[in-house]
Design a protein around this ligand. Structure first.
Ligand SMILES: [Zn+2]
Ligand SMILES: [Zn+2]
Length: 429
């Protein structure tokens, strides 16, 4: 019998914060995610930096960029800080806040909204707080800011819909660091009585986090399948022994779901924007989530993430995602002259679970590197250029997820030549 498992939804039910979930048509086991019955797809980015930490733009500039580009929601997620309190940034020529940038802000938002004063005889600008930004930019049903933080220790974990700043774990161990930082968000959610979620960021950045390390933190339910920062090696790096993020997702899912059907891992796409002015490799507009929610409020959007009612995009827009006992259907929003290749990816029961250590050029095992597995893990079960794309379950899948590859190149891509892409969440069998 077909079942889909959504632990997050079960948790939400237990804590009493879930609302009606999915639109059902036909039999009880038919699930369709599409804009219907008052629900809408909302586009948002949950990973953004500003002058509150190491981004190069004032927060109002960042927020205005996303609003102008038609995003519905945005989380400013600066490192270990919320956009609260007072923070003054020096105004200096050839600095991230130059006199020209300040003039630009005055032109864009009015001089009355740019708070320049002198400190120790030197000019500074006071950053606008989330409260002020909400008053300036939010519009009911049109644009929303959701409070967030990039909890930045040995690993980086974004907490979304927070009420207070959370202090990063001091652990130098990847697994402990992730576990403690995700736990901070979960505890905060329980105490505050409102939905929150945490996603593990850029597992291929810097020293890296292996798929096995993420799989070993069952508390973690979300990770970035795609991060728009040019330095994060989404597609892997042979020299550094880093696996493709899709490969890592399949290893995590197989490790977890073969033991416990509730141990899902969702993939989110984000920008991790740092660079708003054309320089640098972490520019806005590369990766985002499309969330099917009841309305545009922080709790509704977060609850939809907790239910798994979202897909991740680096360009492709979907109309609907549906599944029942026999099939899984993904419909891309048609665009003239554009074709879509949809891959249904999964691991089947009885897979070859053998693996070997990845060794460096010196013959020694590489640390924080994903092991090498058989092709049974994350197999392309079916590929089609039909739209809608329909996969018929064979009956022995542990999970199935879809990756949609457009014939259209992505504008300002993560890597030159990238097509537009989307990823749906895994269906657990
Ligand atoms: Zn980070
Ligand atoms: Zn970041």
């Amino acid at each position: 019998m077909f079942k889909h498992y959504r632990l997050a939804a079960q948790i939400a039910l237990l804590t009493g914060i879930a609302s009606a979930t999915i639109s059902c048509a036909g039999s009880d086991s038919d699930t369709t995610l599409k804009a219907d019955n008052g629900k809408q797809w909302y586009k948002g980015n949950t990973h953004t930096h500003t002058l509150w930490s190491d981004g190069d733009a004032a927060p109002e500039y960042a927020v205005s960029w996303y609003k102008e580009q038609g995003y519905d929601f945005l989380s400013l997620t600066d490192h270990n800080v919320l956009s609260r309190g007072t923070k003054d940034i020096s105004i200096k020529p050839d600095y991230k806040l130059s006199p020209e940038r300040v003039e630009q802000l005055k032109k864009m938002f009015g001089a009355e909204n740019v708070m320049v004063h002198t400190k120790d005889g030197k000019p500074v600008m006071r950053l606008r707080t989330l409260d002020q930004l909400q008053g300036q930019f939010e519009e009911p049903g049109k644009f929303l800011l959701i409070e967030g933080e990039e909890i930045t220790g040995k690993t980086h974990v974004n907490g979304i819909n927070l009420e207070k700043v959370l202090r990063a774990s001091k652990s130098k161990n990847n697994i402990e660091s992730m576990r403690q930082q995700v736990a901070l968000v979960d505890e905060h959610s329980k105490q505050a009585g409102r939905p929150m979620f945490a996603h593990i960021n850029h597992a291929n950045w810097s020293a890296g986090i292996s798929a096995e390390e993420i799989a070993a933190v069952p508390e973690a339910r979300y990770f970035e399948i795609y991060n728009g920062h040019g330095g994060v090696k989404n597609w892997g790096d042979e020299k550094e022994g880093k696996a493709h993020m899709d490969t890592k997702w399949d290893i995590i899912l197989t490790h977890r779901l073969s033991k416990n059907k509730n141990d899902i891992m969702y993939g989110v796409a984000t920008d991790d924007t740092h660079n708003y002015f054309g320089k640098g490799s972490a520019r806005p507009g590369r990766g985002w989530s499309m969330v099917l929610a009841d309305d545009l409020s922080p709790n509704s959007i977060t609850e939809a993430f907790l239910r798994g009612d979202f897909y991740s995009s680096a360009g492709v827009t979907l109309d609907s995602i549906s599944w029942n006992d026999t099939s899984y259907t993904v419909a891309a929003k048609p665009e003239a002259g554009v074709t879509y290749t949809t891959q249904f990816i999964g691991t089947r029961k009885g897979y070859d679970a053998s693996s070997s250590t990845l060794k460096g050029p010196d013959g020694e095992p590489m640390t924080h590197r994903t092991r090498i597995y058989s092709k049974d893990i994350g197999e392309v079960l079916y590929e089609t250029t039909d739209n809608p794309a329909v996969y018929t379950f064979k009956g022995d899948e542990i999970y199935v997820r879809a990756k949609i590859i457009s014939s259209k190149p992505k504008s300002d891509p993560f890597k030159a030549g990238d097509p537009e892409l989307a990823w749906t969440q895994p269906i657990v069998r």
